[in-house]
Design a protein around this ligand. Structure first.
Ligand code: PNS
Length: 160
């Protein structure tokens, strides 16, 4: 059985993330989507909120679990029987950045990273741009799952 980890901030999850998770679920037996906790960056959504959103939007996929952790990715992989890390790559800038992280992780424990090219229609989508557009009143309904669009609208309303 091949168990892969899809790590990220997921603040919030986008359709690009979802496409990558769906691809991982098709290719591998077990997929853990993990929110990596950044203790110095609060984020727009709390970690429990991100976990709830991820659970809701991945519910239809077989073999996908959701978790969170802080610390090193490679330690999580070693502790949870993860065979490989899966990362989405939107373009050349991601490829360069992700390659150095993949090499560092391989250096640390030998864990492999598999890159999944993002669907072309999601290549420009990032959580940070989605947040910016949504909080300024733009339409992100075709960039994020419906549950995330609702959560963003709620955050915007709360902020007035
Ligand atoms: O969604 P993001 O913010 O691009 O995800 C980046 C993330 C969280 C996957 C990356 O920062 C990470 O792996 N953090 C865990 C700490 C760690 O292992 N750092 C060394 C990476 S080489």
């Amino acid at each position: 059985m091949t168990h892969v980890l899809v790590p990220g901030s997921f603040d919030p999850p986008t359709l690009g993330h979802l496409d990558m998770i769906a691809t991982a679920a098709r290719l591998f037996d077990a997929v853990t989507v993990a929110v990596v906790v950044n203790p110095v960056k609060a984020g727009l959504f709390s970690v429990p909120d991100r976990l709830n959103l991820l659970r809701a939007v991945t519910a239809e996929y077989q073999g996908v679990a959701v978790d969170s952790f802080d610390g090193l990715l490679v330690d999580y992989c070693a502790d949870h029987g993860v065979d490989a890390i899966v990362k989405g790559v939107r373009g050349a800038a991601d490829a360069e950045y992700e390659t150095t992280m993949a090499q560092m992780n391989r250096h640390l424990t030998g864990v492999a990273t598999v890159f999944v090219p993002t669907a072309p229609e999601h290549a420009f989508v990032s959580s940070s741009l989605v947040k910016q557009v949504a909080l300024l009143g733009g339409d992100v309904s075709d960039l994020v799952p419906a549950a995330v669009a609702e959560a963003l609208a709620t955050r915007r309303a709360e902020r007035g």
